[in-house]
Ligand binder design. Structure first.
Ligand code: NAD
Length: 490
């Protein structure tokens, strides 16, 4: 049983109320940890510390190469402890170990990517009409509030912490109240490598109080949030008070478009991966599969045949291919959507139930679930279910595929499968989404910008764009002939 504390000003502390929250293993329903249940007061303390640390210059004035050295050390420590971290991630989030291992490798590489990037040339000069030298420099934004969800407890944190620290900011970070275990380990590493006290702070607790305080506080200069669209809307409002810089990585209902000329088995394979990887709890999940009518029946048959064979079980079982949902509450939400789909008149052709056999009755396991015969106005087609539930729709031609692909409020991700290169590019360019693939799904790179169109968010994580998010841009104009301007005659 872990006793998890918050990390504020270099100290491990309980919340001012001393309240604790039980943290569950989603595969067994067992309590694995108790986490400090922070309050608004705790958030305020962390923000105050981060503001003082920023203003003191103990981090922003450190040369970029030195900051980078700390980040490289963090990356090395993640690598050294990767197996333990992966096991903890599996225990807390439920994901199969092979997924958790990928996450840890990605997390280490993300720190390395931003360590490298911050030492590279940046800024520009420009020609002006006066005898002056004009240049643009990048500076840290200040105190960054970083709020993350539970689906990638480690990786979503690192996507924010690495660029924010690289750029010289101080941070107040909040993990999801459901999955604070690996975030705590990450902060132990941050402490171990010697990042100065007060630079990186972690508060825990509910979003509505602790998260909202971070979004609202006038002493926080930027809020970077990953989570649901509804929460994103609330954060935008809270952040308006001091016109915070905002980065929002929100939900999705992403289309996966499969043309008749695609390599059939490749398309089926990636379509399965697109929705059932992460038990469908992936923001970019391909939760709407759109298939050209001439191969529709064949595709559904093959997809269902393979979906039924997916091995669902605890993440620490090496045979497991799909783990449980993250919590009882979330499982109940997903099961409600499955019921709703049936009531709306969609045809259930695979799964649809909680799994309780073979010792899985204490965990939050749901079968891979497939609906067909859906219409676009159904809630199961429009809403982000965030579970192993997919709808397969039929389209006649390119135009209808594009129209269906764009017919939701979201715009996070999308994919096209076809061997016709021109058609692939033509169609993907029309898909209103920020993360897209041709003949693949889900592959994610530290180098490439990550973010959504429409109600899937604002701004981009990762790549050079992800560093920009945590930097202000300043113009400096230097007079090369210092003499009066003589605008006024007196
Ligand atoms: P959530 O919005 O419920 O919570 C996310 C975080 O926000 C948590 O730390 C929570 O405590 C906090 N929070 C909740 N209410 C808040 C408030 N009023 N003010 C401030 N903070 C608040 O999301 P979740 O259920 O943890 O995660 C699932 C969602 O995350 C899905 O919608 C998914 O698509 C999205 N997501 C998006 C991306 C992306 O990159 N676009 C990546 C991963 C997950």
């Amino acid at each position: 049983m872990f006793d998890l504390k918050m990390y504020i000003n270099g100290e491990w502390i309980d919340s001012k109320t001393k309240n604790k929250r039980d943290i569950y293993n989603p595969a067994t329903g067992e309590v694995i940890a108790q986490a400090a249940e922070g309050t608004v007061e705790d958030a305020r303390e962390a923000i105050k510390v981060a503001k003082e640390a920023f203003e003191s210059g103990i981090w922003s004035d450190v040369p970029a190469a030195e900051r980078a050295a700390y980040l490289y050390k963090i990356a090395d420590k993640i690598d050294e402890n990767a197996e333990e971290l992966a096991r903890l991630e599996t225990m807390d989030n439920g994901k199969p170990l092979r997924e958790a291992r990928f996450d840890m490798a990605d997390a280490a590489n993300c720190f390395r990517y931003y360590a490298g990037l911050i030492t590279k040339p940046e800024g520009v000069t420009y020609q002006v009409s006066d005898p002056a030298q004009a240049l643009v420099v990048k500076e840290p934004v200040g105190v960054c509030g970083l709020i993350v969800p539970w689906n990638y407890p480690m990786l979503m944190s690192v996507w924010k912490i690495a660029p924010a620290l690289a750029a010289g900011n101080t941070i107040v970070y909040k993990p999801s109240e459901v999955t604070p275990v690996t975030p705590t380990k990450l902060f132990e590493i941050i402490e171990e490598v010697g990042i100065p006290k007060g630079v990186a702070n972690m508060v825990m607790g509910p979003g509505a109080t602790v998260g909202n305080e971070i979004a609202e506080s006038k002493d926080v200069d930027l809020v970077s949030f990953t989570g649901g669209t509804k929460t994103g809307r609330s954060i935008m409002k809270a952040a308006a008070g001091n016109i915070k810089k905002l980065s929002l990585e929100l939900g999705g209902k992403s289309p996966n478009i499969i043309f008749a000329d695609a390599d059939f088995e490749v398309a089926v394979d990636y379509a399965l991966f697109g929705i059932f990887c992460g038990t469908g709890q992936v923001c970019a999940a391909g939760s709407r599969i759109l298939v050209e009518e001439s191969i529709y029946d064949k595709f559904v048959d093959r997809f269902v045949e393979r979906a039924k064979k997916i091995k669902v079980g605890p993440g620490d079982d090496p045979n497991t291919e799909m783990g449980p949902l993250v919590s009882q509450e979330h499982m109940e939400k997903v099961l409600r959507y499955i019921e709703l789909g049936k009531q709306e008149g969609a045809k259930l052709v695979c799964g649809g139930n909680r799994i309780t056999e073979n010792g899985l009755d204490k965990g939050y396991f749901v079968e891979p679930t497939v609906f067909v015969d859906v219409t676009n106005d159904m809630k199961i087609v429009q809403d982000e279910i965030f579970g192993p539930v997919v709808v397969i729709q039929k389209f006649k031609d390119e135009q209808e595929a594009i129209q269906l692909a764009n017919a939701t409020d979201y715009g996070l991700a999308g994919a096209v499968f076809t061997v016709d290169g021109a058609k692939a590019l033509r169609v993907i360019k029309k898909v209103r989404a920020g993360i897209t693939w041709i003949n693949m799904y889900h592959n994610t790179y530290n180098e490439a910008p990550w973010g959504g169109y429409k109600q899937s968010g604002i701004g981009r994580a990762l790549g050079t764009y992800g560093l920009d998010t945590y930097q202000e841009t300043k113009q400096i104009n230097i007079n090369l002939q210092v003499e009066p301007i003589r605008w006024f005659s007196n």
